[in-house]
Design a protein around this ligand. Sequence first.
Ligand SMILES: O=C(CO)[C@H](O)[C@H](O)COP(=O)(O)O
Length: 212
Amino acid sequence: MKFQIALDRLTRDECFEILNETASSIDWIEVGTGVIKQYGMTIVREIKEAYPNKVLVADMKTCDAGKHEAIQAFEAGADITTVMAFSANKTIADTLEVAKHYGKRIMIDLLGVTDPNRLVELQKLDVDLVSLHYGKDMQQEGEMGADLFSLTQGLTGMEVAIAGGISRDSLPGLLEKRLDIFIIGSAVTKADNPRKAASEMKEVVKQYEINH
Ligand SMILES: O=C(CO)[C@H](O)[C@H](O)COP(=O)(O)O
Protein backbone atom coordinates (compact mmCIF):
# COMPACT_ATOMS: atom_id res chain seq x y z
CA MET A 1 0.00 0.00 0.00
CA LYS A 2 1.30 3.42 -0.96
CA PHE A 3 0.87 6.73 0.80
CA GLN A 4 0.55 9.56 -1.72
CA ILE A 5 0.68 13.08 -0.35
CA ALA A 6 -1.45 15.60 -2.26
CA LEU A 7 -0.02 19.12 -2.39
CA ASP A 8 -3.06 21.32 -2.92
CA ARG A 9 -3.83 24.97 -2.15
CA LEU A 10 -0.24 25.65 -1.13
CA THR A 11 2.40 28.13 -2.22
CA ARG A 12 5.61 26.89 -3.78
CA ASP A 13 7.48 27.43 -0.50
CA GLU A 14 4.81 25.61 1.49
CA CYS A 15 5.03 22.63 -0.88
CA PHE A 16 8.75 22.31 -0.22
CA GLU A 17 8.34 22.85 3.55
CA ILE A 18 5.71 20.10 3.73
CA LEU A 19 7.88 17.74 1.66
CA ASN A 20 10.89 18.47 3.82
CA GLU A 21 8.90 17.50 6.91
CA THR A 22 7.09 14.48 5.53
CA ALA A 23 9.42 12.89 2.96
CA SER A 24 10.39 9.97 5.18
CA SER A 25 6.73 8.97 5.66
CA ILE A 26 5.42 9.25 2.13
CA ASP A 27 5.80 7.05 -0.94
CA TRP A 28 4.35 9.11 -3.78
CA ILE A 29 4.20 12.91 -4.20
CA GLU A 30 1.24 14.49 -5.96
CA VAL A 31 1.58 18.02 -7.31
CA GLY A 32 -2.02 19.20 -7.06
CA THR A 33 -3.99 20.68 -9.95
CA GLY A 34 -4.19 24.13 -8.36
CA VAL A 35 -0.46 24.19 -7.66
CA ILE A 36 0.24 23.29 -11.30
CA LYS A 37 -2.19 26.02 -12.44
CA GLN A 38 -0.35 28.50 -10.23
CA TYR A 39 3.24 27.59 -11.04
CA GLY A 40 3.02 25.62 -14.28
CA MET A 41 5.21 22.67 -15.14
CA THR A 42 8.15 24.38 -13.45
CA ILE A 43 7.06 23.20 -10.03
CA VAL A 44 6.67 19.61 -11.26
CA ARG A 45 10.23 19.80 -12.61
CA GLU A 46 11.58 21.36 -9.39
CA ILE A 47 9.95 18.80 -7.12
CA LYS A 48 11.19 15.89 -9.23
CA GLU A 49 14.70 17.35 -9.13
CA ALA A 50 14.51 17.67 -5.34
CA TYR A 51 12.97 14.20 -4.83
CA PRO A 52 14.21 12.05 -7.74
CA ASN A 53 13.55 8.79 -5.91
CA LYS A 54 9.90 9.46 -5.14
CA VAL A 55 7.18 8.59 -7.62
CA LEU A 56 5.83 11.95 -8.79
CA VAL A 57 2.18 12.30 -9.76
CA ALA A 58 1.21 15.41 -11.73
CA ASP A 59 -2.49 15.93 -11.05
CA MET A 60 -3.10 17.43 -14.49
CA LYS A 61 -6.77 16.27 -14.54
CA THR A 62 -6.49 16.15 -18.32
CA CYS A 63 -9.82 15.87 -20.18
CA ASP A 64 -8.84 16.78 -23.73
CA ALA A 65 -5.70 17.32 -25.81
CA GLY A 66 -4.43 14.21 -24.04
CA LYS A 67 -1.28 13.63 -26.02
CA HIS A 68 -0.05 17.20 -25.55
CA GLU A 69 -0.73 17.33 -21.80
CA ALA A 70 0.75 13.90 -21.12
CA ILE A 71 3.95 14.92 -22.94
CA GLN A 72 4.02 18.14 -20.87
CA ALA A 73 3.79 16.18 -17.63
CA PHE A 74 6.34 13.50 -18.51
CA GLU A 75 8.83 15.98 -19.97
CA ALA A 76 8.63 17.87 -16.66
CA GLY A 77 9.57 14.70 -14.76
CA ALA A 78 6.21 13.27 -13.72
CA ASP A 79 6.09 9.48 -13.36
CA ILE A 80 2.29 9.48 -13.47
CA THR A 81 -0.19 12.01 -14.83
CA THR A 82 -3.92 12.07 -14.17
CA VAL A 83 -6.66 11.96 -16.81
CA MET A 84 -10.38 12.32 -16.11
CA ALA A 85 -12.46 9.18 -16.64
CA PHE A 86 -15.19 11.09 -18.49
CA SER A 87 -12.72 12.06 -21.22
CA ALA A 88 -13.22 10.66 -24.70
CA ASN A 89 -11.80 7.17 -25.14
CA LYS A 90 -9.49 8.64 -27.78
CA THR A 91 -8.06 11.06 -25.19
CA ILE A 92 -7.43 8.23 -22.76
CA ALA A 93 -5.93 5.98 -25.46
CA ASP A 94 -3.63 8.80 -26.59
CA THR A 95 -2.35 9.45 -23.07
CA LEU A 96 -1.74 5.74 -22.52
CA GLU A 97 0.26 5.62 -25.73
CA VAL A 98 2.39 8.58 -24.62
CA ALA A 99 2.90 6.96 -21.21
CA LYS A 100 4.05 3.74 -22.87
CA HIS A 101 6.52 5.67 -25.00
CA TYR A 102 8.00 7.36 -21.89
CA GLY A 103 7.83 4.23 -19.72
CA LYS A 104 5.43 6.10 -17.37
CA ARG A 105 1.85 5.68 -16.17
CA ILE A 106 -1.61 7.21 -16.40
CA MET A 107 -3.93 7.43 -13.39
CA ILE A 108 -7.57 7.73 -14.39
CA ASP A 109 -9.52 9.96 -11.99
CA LEU A 110 -13.02 8.57 -11.45
CA LEU A 111 -14.47 11.82 -10.07
CA GLY A 112 -18.13 11.98 -11.09
CA VAL A 113 -18.26 8.41 -12.45
CA THR A 114 -21.23 6.44 -11.12
CA ASP A 115 -21.64 3.75 -13.79
CA PRO A 116 -19.50 0.60 -13.24
CA ASN A 117 -19.66 0.01 -17.02
CA ARG A 118 -17.21 2.88 -17.45
CA LEU A 119 -14.67 0.79 -15.51
CA VAL A 120 -15.19 -2.09 -17.93
CA GLU A 121 -14.60 0.30 -20.83
CA LEU A 122 -11.47 1.68 -19.16
CA GLN A 123 -10.17 -1.84 -18.67
CA LYS A 124 -10.68 -2.53 -22.38
CA LEU A 125 -8.55 0.54 -23.10
CA ASP A 126 -5.77 -1.09 -21.00
CA VAL A 127 -6.06 1.32 -18.07
CA ASP A 128 -4.27 -0.20 -15.07
CA LEU A 129 -4.46 2.57 -12.46
CA VAL A 130 -7.59 4.43 -11.34
CA SER A 131 -8.46 6.69 -8.43
CA LEU A 132 -11.76 6.68 -6.60
CA HIS A 133 -12.28 10.35 -5.86
CA TYR A 134 -14.67 12.13 -3.55
CA GLY A 135 -14.23 15.77 -4.54
CA LYS A 136 -13.22 18.68 -2.35
CA ASP A 137 -16.55 20.44 -2.83
CA MET A 138 -18.53 17.22 -2.30
CA GLN A 139 -16.71 16.82 1.03
CA GLN A 140 -18.62 19.87 2.32
CA GLU A 141 -21.81 17.81 2.05
CA GLY A 142 -20.51 14.87 4.10
CA GLU A 143 -18.02 12.03 3.97
CA MET A 144 -17.57 9.58 1.09
CA GLY A 145 -20.17 6.80 0.97
CA ALA A 146 -19.82 3.05 0.48
CA ASP A 147 -21.25 3.36 -3.07
CA LEU A 148 -17.90 4.81 -4.16
CA PHE A 149 -16.16 1.47 -3.58
CA SER A 150 -18.69 -0.54 -5.53
CA LEU A 151 -17.27 0.98 -8.72
CA THR A 152 -14.05 -1.01 -8.52
CA GLN A 153 -15.27 -4.01 -6.54
CA GLY A 154 -14.31 -7.30 -8.17
CA LEU A 155 -12.10 -5.65 -10.76
CA THR A 156 -8.80 -7.34 -11.38
CA GLY A 157 -5.68 -6.12 -13.13
CA MET A 158 -6.05 -2.55 -11.93
CA GLU A 159 -4.44 -0.70 -9.07
CA VAL A 160 -6.95 1.43 -7.20
CA ALA A 161 -6.23 4.67 -5.36
CA ILE A 162 -8.60 6.56 -3.11
CA ALA A 163 -8.80 10.32 -2.48
CA GLY A 164 -11.11 12.74 -0.80
CA GLY A 165 -10.84 14.04 2.73
CA ILE A 166 -9.10 10.98 4.19
CA SER A 167 -8.30 11.63 7.84
CA ARG A 168 -6.46 9.84 10.63
CA ASP A 169 -9.89 8.65 11.84
CA SER A 170 -11.22 7.43 8.49
CA LEU A 171 -7.99 5.74 7.36
CA PRO A 172 -8.36 2.45 9.33
CA GLY A 173 -11.80 1.78 7.79
CA LEU A 174 -10.45 2.46 4.31
CA LEU A 175 -7.56 0.04 4.78
CA GLU A 176 -10.16 -2.72 5.08
CA LYS A 177 -11.27 -1.97 1.51
CA ARG A 178 -8.00 -3.42 0.18
CA LEU A 179 -7.02 -0.38 -1.86
CA ASP A 180 -3.51 0.16 -3.26
CA ILE A 181 -2.82 3.87 -2.89
CA PHE A 182 -4.08 6.30 -0.24
CA ILE A 183 -4.06 9.90 -1.46
CA ILE A 184 -3.98 12.19 1.54
CA GLY A 185 -3.95 15.97 1.34
CA SER A 186 -5.33 18.37 3.90
CA ALA A 187 -5.16 15.92 6.83
CA VAL A 188 -1.39 16.37 6.55
CA THR A 189 -0.81 19.64 4.69
CA LYS A 190 -3.22 21.63 6.88
CA ALA A 191 -2.27 19.89 10.14
CA ASP A 192 -0.59 21.91 12.92
CA ASN A 193 2.27 19.43 12.70
CA PRO A 194 2.46 17.90 9.19
CA ARG A 195 5.49 15.76 10.10
CA LYS A 196 3.61 14.14 12.98
CA ALA A 197 0.37 13.79 10.99
CA ALA A 198 2.17 12.07 8.09
CA SER A 199 4.21 9.76 10.29
CA GLU A 200 1.12 8.74 12.31
CA MET A 201 -0.81 7.91 9.16
CA LYS A 202 2.13 6.01 7.68
CA GLU A 203 2.34 4.03 10.91
CA VAL A 204 -1.37 3.12 10.69
CA VAL A 205 -0.77 1.74 7.17
CA LYS A 206 2.41 -0.06 8.26
CA GLN A 207 0.71 -1.72 11.24
CA TYR A 208 -2.19 -2.82 9.04
CA GLU A 209 0.22 -4.41 6.57
CA ILE A 210 2.09 -6.20 9.36
CA ASN A 211 -1.14 -7.60 10.79
CA HIS A 212 -2.77 -8.71 7.50
O1 LIG B 1 -7.41 15.76 -6.13
C1 LIG B 1 -7.64 16.40 -5.15
C2 LIG B 1 -8.61 17.50 -5.18
O2 LIG B 1 -9.20 17.57 -6.45
C3 LIG B 1 -6.91 16.10 -3.87
O3 LIG B 1 -5.62 15.73 -4.20
C4 LIG B 1 -7.54 14.99 -3.08
O4 LIG B 1 -8.88 15.31 -2.81
C5 LIG B 1 -6.78 14.76 -1.77
O5 LIG B 1 -6.85 15.88 -0.94
P1 LIG B 1 -7.72 15.92 0.42
O6 LIG B 1 -7.23 14.79 1.28
O7 LIG B 1 -7.46 17.28 0.99
O8 LIG B 1 -9.16 15.73 0.00
